[in-house]
Design a protein around this ligand. Structure first.
Ligand code: ADP
Ligand code: MG
Length: 320
């Protein structure tokens, strides 16, 4: 099958149609319209087989994860997603694989109202690169650099699930409870981009980041960019029932602090904005957990357990 047929049959035919797409798949470039008063946010992430997902991961999950990790970056910027481009490197044209992959992509495209507007298809080792674009009102993008000492630190959802899910998938660890096992594997293979939280935090959060490499790694990006330090209480880290009941409490804390792939949002809020935060989260029906406070010790992360220093050695996932 030639490249043209792959694109026509698996991607173009299934694509949703947004009104702001003037020219989509099929020309040399896509042409799109940006709403007045909005800025364009662009982000790219690559998933490599054997690095970002296990080689035996179902194609449906790979597609949805590739999309979710990009939408998670848009969420962390406070942006609303609009379009994606897909660069696909495939070892062979496997029709069943492509069918499952394009179904996964299409389901997410419909759910998040995101249109696939182009891409590239090449032969090579399995790799998926998605570029996602979305909108945020001018001056309202959430960044890493505007947190201040005294701000409170929050995270969405629960931490550490995907890390334990990976160890289950790698058969490094056994979880006997079937419901827990399924939940943890789903957290690894089907992360949820926190888009509603992201857009709700515009004008409320002082800084925001998505947790892809682990809490300890990712909070440091905010601490360095904002020249702040943080005190984080490990007893306050939000953990799922599945994680708590599957490993010891010290292992659970380790997963929550250092495992990657959760795609929750970590954000900071000033004292003045805390009331607004509560109202906004309640209106959006989303939950975030307070885990600590920023201070002036630039770049320093102070982990505490029962108000005593918490010894921590492991690092988040590092690619190099
Ligand atoms: P060109 O040689 O001009 O880059 P291609 O043959 O690579 O053209 O692509 C033809 C059209 O199909 C373009 O609009 C391109 O954006 C789109 N396209 C190619 N690969 C993909 C893909 N994997 N997913 C979505 N669109 C794709
Ligand atoms: Mg091309």
């Amino acid at each position: 099958m030639k490249e043209f047929n792959v694109i026509e049959d698996f991607f173009k035919a299934k694509s949703i149609q947004r009104k702001d797409v003037i020219i989509g798949i099929g020309d040399d470039g896509a042409v799109t319209r940006i709403p007045q008063g909005q800025a364009l946010v662009t982000t790219t992430d690559t998933l490599l087989s054997g690095v970002h997902f296990l080689a035996d991961t179902p194609a449906h999950a790979i597609a949805q994860k590739a999309m979710a990790v990009n939408l998670s970056d848009l969420a962390a910027m406070g942006a609303e997603p609009a379009w994606i481009s897909l660069s696909l490197s495939l070892p062979t044209v496997d029709v069943n694989w492509l069918q499952a992959f394009s179904n996964g992509l299409q389901e997410h495209a419909e759910y998040y109202n995101v249109q696939l507007i182009g891409g590239d298809t090449v032969q090579g080792p399995l790799a998926i690169t998605i570029t996602a674009q979305g909108f945020v009102p001018f001056d309202q993008a959430l960044t890493r650099s505007k947190a201040k000492p005294g701000d409170s630190v929050y995270v969405t959802g629960s931490l550490g699930d995907a890390g334990l899910g990976l160890h289950i998938a790698q058969k490094k660890c056994v979880v006997n409870n079937q419901f827990h096992q399924e939940f943890l594997l789903n957290r690894l293979n089907y992360p949820t981009p926190r888009l509603l939280v992201g857009t709700s935090l515009r004008r409320i959060a002082s800084a925001c980041i998505d947790i892809s490499d682990g809490l300890v790694s990712d909070i440091k990006h905010i601490l360095n960019a904002s020249q702040c330090g943080a005190t984080i209480h490990v007893d306050k880290l939000p953990m799922s029932q599945a994680l708590i009941e599957s490993v010891s409490s010290s292992e659970a804390i380790d997963y929550a602090l250092s495992a990657g792939d959760d795609y929750e949002l970590l954000f900071t809020v000033s004292e003045e904005q805390k009331g607004q935060l509560e109202t906004t989260l309640a209106n959006a029906n989303v939950h975030a957990t307070y885990i600590g406070q920023l201070n002036g010790n630039a770049g320093k992360l102070d982990l505490r357990q029962a108000d005593k220093p918490f010894e921590y050695n492991t690092k988040g996932y590092e690619h190099f």
